[in-house]
Write a protein that binds this ligand. Sequence first.
Ligand SMILES: O=C(O)C1=C[C@@H](OP(=O)(O)O)[C@@H](O)[C@H](O)C1
Ligand SMILES: C=C(OP(=O)(O)O)C(=O)O
Length: 439
Amino acid sequence: MAKTITFTVQPGGSLNGQARVPGDKSISHRSIMLGSLADGVTHVKGFLEAEDALATLQAFKDMGVVIEGPKNGELTIHGVGKHGLKAPQKPLYLGNSGTSMRLLSGLLAGQAFDSILTGDKSLSGRPMKRVTDPLAQMGAVIETTEKGTAPLHIKGQDGKLKGIDYQMPMASAQVKSCLLLAGMYAEGATRVTEPAPTRDHTERMLSGFSYPVEKEGAKVTITAEGRLTAADIDVPSDISSAAFFLVGASIAPGSDIVLNHVGINPTRTGVIDILRLMGANIEILNERIVGGEPVADLHVKSAPLKGIDIPEELVPLAIDEFPVLFVAAACAEGQTRLTGAEELRVKESDRIQVMADGLQILGVDAQSTPDGMIIQGGKIGSGSVESHGDHRIAMAFSIAGLRADGKIVINDCENVNTSFPEFIEIAPALGLKLQSEQG
Ligand SMILES: O=C(O)C1=C[C@@H](OP(=O)(O)O)[C@@H](O)[C@H](O)C1
Ligand SMILES: C=C(OP(=O)(O)O)C(=O)O
């Protein structure tokens, strides 16, 4: 039997002190992928030692890449070059990680070998046609289930992919990155245009590895004419993990925290913009560039929040932060309305429905809509809520405890280990009255 983890949060308290949350998940995945395909040895610092990033790491080990570590967030990747991966002897198991599966599908489509990508129950239910359709246009041969889900059976099309000009129907960094990685093996140019800006870590890291990639407005272009040269990577702290404490310190009276070394890439800072529009007191200190990514220390003090209509252009820039932003909205004065966020329904869980259900159990007036949520701020009660195995839901409801009027129990929290295993230590150290129990 798989172990289950239950979180219990006693009400009240405030957050105080300093913390450095673990490394950025998106950048950690990409460091393994590009480091493995590079010529030479790549050293990575600040790597996220959590299940999702470790699934990517294991997949590349399964394709013959020698990777030392991780030890204290440090890795040494002995790159095998763009054409140096070996056929895996078994299906590549990617656990809960959408990023691993979608990026790998592009990377593996043009290899000289076949591969199979599998995942857990949640990942096996997530839509993959968004990558397999455009990849098929490039000449990729990938079989999915009838529903367009994993397992993905990829027949490597060595030398046979062709570049396409693709207008993405949704704002997705995973789709964009998948096609750019496939484009490294395609004849002619691969051009991807996004409907709204999404995280650009792939583009930045390709440039950091001296691989030519051109950006012109919303369009990114890549060709097979290039090679990756090993480069050292310093992974900043994950703003998506920091977000729990940005909200926690904002809503809990008497809070005053500093979060160190947080990645503030402008394609990721929607959570800061949204919280500031709600009245949060967040200062960005010591801005600097680390390994091609902007980094800063974030100083947050509690402040009264007010409800807002969340500007739709901020949605892709805060896409993983909505579970905890809904908690901020529940503590704000007045109504908060989110629209244009239907992508939340196809994450590790249906994050609109699951948050609406849980907030209602806690006595909050939260109404789901097809593409968002309407929340009337007020009191948070107590009760037992389900995280549906979704790490961000589990951590968001934990933060709600800071303003609840009774105990909150959160079931099914083991997947916090996919992105932020240290949450159960860092959150109590800052002042959250959280206990984790294994059953
Ligand atoms: O490219 C990435 O690293 C990610 C992109 C986003 O997904 P979508 O591309 O599906 O929006 C995000 O939700 C995910 O956590 C990580
Ligand atoms: C959506 C997420 O990740 P992925 O798509 O990689 O599973 C997330 O971490 O919130």
